[in-house]
Design a binder for this molecule. Structure first.
Ligand SMILES: [Ca+2]
Ligand SMILES: [Ca+2]
Ligand SMILES: [Ca+2]
Length: 359
């Protein structure tokens, strides 16, 4: 019995210690993890580490990355661009109605009574389907750090039970002096990315998210309810962690973006992704879907290790040596930080906006 008590005591101690370390600091320069730039993969590394359901072949005739990206993005206002916009608008009208603004839409194709499309959002590329008026999205697990898919494609996107996308192998080039701004450079053009529809649409636990999505973001693909809180992954606004209600979860909830009148519950494919190991942050009950990435590279999924899916972060809580009721906390995005002083008075947080910095 004594041993048992002792183990519990150690467990309790190490746990509360990690909350302290992962959630609090008394130094401004330690509130955020230090960003470490990674070396981009070579073509050989991309091919060696590619997911096994993906087949890559070379095309004889193709649109280069340069041609496709220049024509698609930089001619805004030109006649060609306007024609393309019009075409896209009518082509993707149905997708926009069914998926609202959750994706940028690419190619589409009707096969039998299923309408297929390719979508992209902050998380990556998705196969979209509309069948009997019902929209569904399946994550492809192709990191935009490595794969560029052409906006314009001559070949059909669905053929003989396979998805096929034309594109290039790319690397991200950080643009100096413009924080948070990435540019791409093609390493090899003329690729055909092929995956079977069977592999992509596989949803082993039938919770509404395909296996590739769950694996990529650390959800359990064999369990409908990853965090065991009684809410299925597809309906859970915070599917990775059980929500709790306490002083510090409330502080993190207050700092969530305001989505106005939009009902975020219906947007099953829109997530705010944060990189943090702080339990209080993990335990929030948010209005918009959240997913969390560990700060520790070794604990991240292979997909998240190579793909930067965060565009916003909330810092650790900075304590104040002189006044234990006052804390500082920082929200950061690409190129800006917003500073807040937070005071806990009679069970409620008073937030004071201290301004911020733009870098
Ligand atoms: Ca699933
Ligand atoms: Ca699941
Ligand atoms: Ca759940």
């Amino acid at each position: 019995m004594k041993i048992c008590y002792f183990t519990i005591l150690i467990l309790f101690f190490s746990c509360s210690q990690s909350v302290e370390k992962n959630c609090f600091t008394n130094r401004r320069d330690q509130v955020f993890e230090v960003y470490k730039e990674q070396k981009p993969y070579t073509v050989k590394q991309i091919l060696n580490k590619k997911v096994d359901y993906l087949e890559i072949t070379s095309l004889k005739k193709y649109r280069s990355f340069r041609q496709d990206s220049v024509e698609s993005f930089t001619h805004a206002g030109s006649e060609v661009y306007e024609k393309m916009e019009k075409r896209l608008e009518s082509q993707f009208k149905v997708f926009r109605e069914k998926f609202s603004d959750q994706f940028a839409f690419y190619s589409s194709q009707q096969v039998g009574n299923v309408l297929y499309g390719l979508g992209r959002n902050r998380l990556g590329f998705w196969l979209l389907t509309i069948e009997n008026e019902k929209p569904k999205a399946y994550f492809l697990g192709l990191s935009f750090s490595h794969y560029y898919i052409n906006e314009i494609q001559e070949l059909p996107i669905i053929k003989d039970g396979f998805l096929q996308f034309e594109g290039s192998l790319v690397k991200i080039v950080k643009v100096g002096g413009l924080p948070g701004y990435d540019d791409y450079s093609a390493m090899e053009d003329g690729k055909l990315f092929k995956m079977s529809l069977k592999d992509v649409t596989k949803d082993s636990d039938h919770d509404g998210y395909n296996d590739i999505f769950e694996k990529s973001f650390g959800l359990n693909q064999m369990d409908k309810d990853t965090d065991g809180d009684g809410i299925n992954d597809f309906e859970d606004m915070n599917p990775l962690f059980k929500s709790e209600k306490n002083k510090f979860t409330q502080l993190y909830e207050l700092l969530q973006p305001n989505n106005g009148m939009i009902n975020m519950k219906k947007l099953h494919y829109t997530f705010q992704i944060y990189e943090t190991d702080c339990d209080y942050f993990h335990q929030i009950n948010p209005e918009a879907r959240v997913l969390f990435v560990s700060e520790d590279k070794n604990k991240q999924t292979p997909y998240l290790r190579i793909t930067d899916v965060t565009d916003r972060n909330i810092s650790k809580i900075q304590t104040n040596d002189k006044d234990p009721n006052i804390f500082y906390i920082y929200v950061s995005g690409s190129g800006f930080t917003n500073d807040y002083a937070a005071e806990y008075i009679k069970g409620k947080w008073m937030l004071k906006d201290l301004g911020g910095t733009v870098s």
